[in-house]
Design a protein around this ligand. Structure first.
Ligand SMILES: [Zn+2]
Length: 684
């Protein structure tokens, strides 16, 4: 299940050095952007184009991005602000302080000169380790050592790891008061099994280029016979892909919740020396694991047993190079970007190095940077106004539950109980993460990245055996996104998404509720949708709906599947209504609850007319403008395959399911987005 607002962008390789100060970002418009509207389009025909058409015609996607829109604008602005704060920390951070670590991490990443000078020296220990593997037991240890806490099944939602397995330490779904180690399928450098298996000409082309990339990476690292090795490495990854569970099945919580006692791994998934593997991964104390994709785990273990040791050694060498490339000399960085950036997402130019340095620092010391960010950019009055909006959303959602005609009274009572215990974090966590145990060495870029990943692994391993903490944040305050955490029955709304044009503490309620109330409503509704129904108010995996509730919900949902299956961004590729269903339901529910909450906030008065627009018009246009995006074709295609969110323009068009949208824009039968009242999907 995917419960974030957007797909989390994967940040790729690196190249050009920009050491000068960044240019000042153009501040995004506040409230509704009148200049971006295209009045030549009828709102009822294409609401996304009406709200954004002029902006789309006059905007170019920056060459270092695969897509560009409201969120990327905020992301750019936040990156600049964050970079400034980090540089400040680098100037003034006292030795041993958190600010010092932040400054050192960033400055070291930026110091290309010393990275060039070191060449591939920092990579050598990993390559020697791979070369020294003498038998399958040593292979099991090497694979275990590669495990990091780098996946997340349904909070921030990242199902992909290039390591053979990913680890996620989270509340146990049967017993949420304690943590369990979850094991997730991995081992692929490309984003999904489809890239290895799908028969389309484009995927075949990508596979050829991927194999060439493997050979090029090996060659750069001075490994001989690169062509033959690349072919074998590719074949091994293809076999791993064949063992992988599909994405649709991987987001099915019930299919994933498989508890395996440690002692049974040897018989249930033979081929891998599990005891050696677990010990190397630091999981020697765990007695029960949650195996998210049992078929994949069994298949991967079998391949460890059946495939030649030499192939595995080459595979590990290639993975070591590929995963380190961001921190290596320019030739590695460029090769990596060539494939993962240009080929996979169609992005012509890399992001500036200082931006990548910010991303890397955020990844390693996220809350330390976040602490600096909110102090300057998220003032107490902004937190207060956002919290008021959250309260109104919860009230609106509660009233909608009361009014539902399809939900049984006993289910409604449970829904209300869940709403009452929901923990909503606004801006930043109550308790900050402690980075005292993380060593940052000035001048050791790759070492810093490795220590940060290990620090994160140990922080997660350390949770095992301790009571669960519902106050933990899974997103940084400086992240432009939001997240629902179903087992914690909690949500994070980071400070960086609560800024104009999404949220303006001095703006109109109509625009704020349209652009951000809908986001809050979206996330809240995830707690009550078909996936949320699986988790009760304590976060336990225990379906609190009656059979009739589910049947009714599924019938309404089927209409939405059909609605989205009808959207065809490319002649040969339609939106997958089933894959995107949960998110589409959340969008419909989010806008419905936000509309009510906006009305509640008016206290019975009419909203002020601004620039000739009624309150309702501002609300809906602000919503559609919050989805304004331009995206490159390759990236759009990648997302349709891997992302459980529909493309932005269709998310904007979901206004067609809301009755209030019709009179606000005088939408009539015969217009493309018109739905007769009976066809509008109403779930919440
Ligand atoms: Zn969502």
């Amino acid at each position: 299940m995917k419960t974030t607002l957007f797909l989390i962008a994967i940040v790729l390789g690196s190249s050009v050095a920009v050491k000068s100060a960044p240019p000042a970002a153009t501040a995004p418009p506040r409230g509704v952007d009148l200049a971006g509207i295209d009045k030549s389009v009828a709102p009822g025909d294409n609401f996304f184009a009406y709200a954004n058409g002029t902006w789309i015609k006059s905007t170019e996607i920056p060459p270092d991005r695969s897509a560009y829109g409201t969120s990327s604008m905020l992301d750019e602005l936040t990156t600049e602000r964050t970079a400034e704060l980090i540089r400040e920390a680098d100037k003034s951070g006292a030795p041993g302080s958190e600010a010092r670590k932040v400054g050192d991490y960033y400055a070291t990443f930026l110091d290309e000169e010393s990275i060039e000078k070191k060449g591939m020296e920092p990579l050598k220990p990993a390559l020697s380790a791979a070369a020294a593997i003498a038998d399958k037991k040593a292979l099991a240890a090497a694979l275990g050592k590669s495990v990091r806490a780098d996946v997340d099944v349904f909070n921030a939602t990242n199902l992909q790891t290039p390591n053979i397995l990913g680890l996620w330490v989270a509340q146990d779904l049967d017993e949420p008061t304690r943590y369990s180690p979850f094991l997730i399928q991995g081992g692929l450098q490309m984003p999904d099994r489809e890239y290895y298996l799908a028969g389309s000409p484009r995927m075949e082309e990508i596979r050829k280029k991927y194999q060439a990339h493997i050979a090029a990476a090996l060659k750069l690292a001075g490994i001989p016979n690169e062509e033959a090795k690349a072919a074998r490495i590719f074949e091994l990854e293809k076999k791993i892909a064949q063992a992988h569970t599909s994405r649709e099945d991987s987001i099915d919580v019930v299919k994933g919740n498989n508890h395996w006692p440690r002692a049974e791994f040897a018989t249930r998934a033979p081929g891998l020396d599990w005891e050696t593997f677990f010990a190397a991964a630091g999981l020697d104390k765990a007695t029960v694991f949650v195996v998210w994709q049992p078929g994949a785990l069994t298949g991967i273990a079998k391949l460890v047993g059946s495939e030649p040791l030499e192939t595995w050694k080459d595979y590990l060498a290639f993975h070591a190079i590929d995963q380190a490339s961001t921190y290596l000399p320019k030739r590695f960085v460029d090769e990596s970007f060539d494939f993962y950036g240009r080929v996979l997402t169609g992005t012509p130019k890399q992001r500036d190095r200082w931006k990548r340095a910010v991303t890397a620092t955020d990844g390693a010391l996220g809350e330390a940077v976040g602490k600096l960010y909110v102090k300057k950019y998220f003032l107490p009055e902004e937190k207060a106004r956002a919290e008021e909006m959250v309260r109104n959303l919860i009230t609106a959602f509660g009233r909608r539950i009361d009014k539902l005609d399809w939900m049984a009274p006993e289910t409604k009572a449970k829904a209300k109980a869940k709403l009452a215990t929901l923990k909503i974090g606004v801006g930043y966590p109550d308790k900050w993460r402690d980075y005292a145990g993380l060593e940052v060495v000035r001048g050791d870029a790759l070492g810093n990245a490795r220590r940060a990943a290990l620090f994160e692994l140990r922080r997660n391993l350390d949770k095992l055996g301790k009571p669960s903490d519902r106050g933990e944040w899974v997103m940084n305050p400086q992240t432009v996104n939001a997240v629902n955490m179903p087992v914690m029955n909690a949500m994070n709304f980071p400070a960086a998404i609560l800024q104009p044009p999404r949220f303006d503490s001095k703006g109109t309620a109509a625009a704020n509720y349209g652009a951000t109330g809908t986001v809050i409503g979206h996330e809240v509704s995830h707690s009550f949708d078909d996936q949320g129904a699986l988790f009760d108010s304590t976060g336990k995996l225990s379906n609190w709906w009656t059979k009739e509730d589910l049947a009714h919900f599924e019938a309404a949902a089927a209409k939405l599947v059909e609605q989205y299956n009808g959207y065809k961004p490319f002649p040969d590729l339609a939106v997958n209504g089933k894959l995107t269903l949960s998110e589409n339901i959340a969008d419909v529910a989010g806008i419905a609850a936000a509309y009510d909450a906006y009305r509640i906030s008016l206290n019975g008065k009419e909203a002020p007319v601004v620039d000739g627009m009624s309150g309702d018009q501002q609300f809906f246009v602000a919503f559609a403008q919050s989805w304004r995006t331009k995206i490159r074709e390759a990236a759009a295609r990648q997302r349709i395959v891997t992302d459980s969110h529909a493309p932005a323009e269709y998310r904007a068009d979901t206004v067609r399911n809301l009755d209030a949208w019709y009179p606000a824009f005088d939408v009539k039968p015969g217009q493309a987005l018109f739905l007769a009242p009976g066809e509008r999907v109403r779930i919440w």
